[in-house]
Ligand binder design. Structure first.
Ligand code: GDD
Ligand code: MG
Length: 346
């Protein structure tokens, strides 16, 4: 059975000033009226054989629970991490928990902060992936790259089938390498979604990072449980190495496979990425909230007060209670530097 695991532990800073540590992007309604967590839930519910498992930071438990309640979502469990140890241990605790439900559980691992425009194409890809996963493959979903982004994993696949063996998985290559990969036409981006048997994932992780397994087992066996919350034992979980599934398992395993995915996927890593996946008017303007505009092209605006844009091109405006961002659409990656300065200078 397919059991979704929704990872909700990240703290995005590239969508400052909206996304903050206390309020990361998975809890924001960035596209439409659902938050990204809610949209992820709704996207996966139709193909789940069992209610999803959520893995989140304990600081976000009320926000997560409240948002799930709003869409009548009843998770199998909300596993709460006392500290973030990255995705390899987060998925490990979910896998250990899932095995207590079904010994042949297939985990569909999903970040909670991605946009997928075409649910049907996504569901079809999962169906294809499920067959390979049932045979022991660790399946990734590959996106045809359109730029040498260095924030992604790169996958070199073999052959042309619906499911392809992975020849090589390289997490976050440098710019020169990424440029070469994209030019070769032989690589996919890793979408960050995975499908595999819980038991296969744990077996591979045990091979490459056994300390993650022992820490995760201890954190779960000593966990405090109330209703559907599972609070991992802090001392045990802190013993886990900090590592992502990509470095810990996907780069090393010999059993990776990739299913190409063409479903309007975006990890909305910046305001310009969000502009790109949003509905736009004929002049390319995408607006979220109360926005009035005269003679603008390719602008993006998000806010709760009335925002008026006049005669602008390629400008991003994001308004919150305590901060205002105005930037060029091609430069919004640099808000990271602003966040760094705010942290240093207060
Ligand atoms: N529960 C939990 N705990 N979730 C976490 C943690 C954690 O410690 N760390 C990250 N996450 C969640 C994030 O919220 C996000 O939804 C997902 O796991 C992936 O983490 P990111 O930190 O966003 O990873 P990334 O974007 O650098 O890289 C991954 O995604 C790319 C595609 O967006 C990798 O899988 C890349 O290979 C991939 O290309
Ligand atoms: Mg990400």
């Amino acid at each position: 059975p397919i059991i979704p695991v929704i990872l909700s532990g990240g703290s995005g800073t590239r969508l400052w000033p909206l996304s903050r540590e206390a309020y990361p992007k998975q809890f924001l309604p960035l596209v439409g009226s659902d938050t990204m967590l809610q949209a992820t839930w709704k996207r996966v519910a139709p193909i789940a054989d069992q209610a999803p498992i959520i893995v989140a930071n304990q600081e976000h438990r009320f926000m997560a629970a409240e948002q799930l309640r709003e869409c009548n979502a009843e998770p199998d469990a909300v596993i709460l991490e006392p500290i973030g140890r990255n995705t390899a241990p987060a998925i490990a605790v979910a896998a250990l928990h899932a095995l207590t439900r079904h010994e042949d559980a297939l985990l569909l691992v999903l970040p909670s902060d991605h946009v997928v425009r075409d649910d049907r194409a996504f569901h079809a890809a999962v169906k294809i992936a499920a067959q390979a996963a049932a045979q022991g493959k660790l399946v990734t979903f590959g996106i045809v790259p359109d730029a040498p982004e260095t924030g992604y994993g790169y996958i070199k696949a073999q052959g042309q089938g619906e499911v392809r063996a992975v020849e090589r998985f390289v997490e976050k290559p440098d710019l020169a390498t990424a440029t070469q990969y994209v030019a070769s036409g032989e690589y996919f981006w890793n979408s960050g979604m995975f499908l595999f048997q819980a038991s296969r994932y744990l077996a591979e992780l045990r091979k490459f990072q056994p300390a993650i397994i022992s820490a995760s087992e201890a954190a779960l066996s000593k966990a405090a449980r109330d209703q559907d919350f599972i609070r991992l034992d802090a001392e045990s979980f802190a013993q886990s190495p900090n590592d992502s599934i990509d470095y810990a398992v996907m780069e090393k395993t010999a059993d990776a496979a990739v299913v190409p995915l063409d479903a309007g996927w975006s990890d909305v890593g910046s305001w310009s990425a969000l502009w790109a996946v949003s509905d736009k008017d004929a002049a390319g303007n995408a607006h979220h909230g109360d926005v009035m505009e005269i003679d603008c092209r390719n602008t993006y605006a998000y806010g709760s007060r009335l925002i008026a844009l006049v005669g602008l091109e390629d400008v991003v405006v994001v308004e919150t209670d305590d901060a205002l961002l105005v930037g060029h659409r091609d430069r919004v990656q640099d808000v990271k530097a602003i966040v760094g300065r705010i942290k240093r200078e207060g």
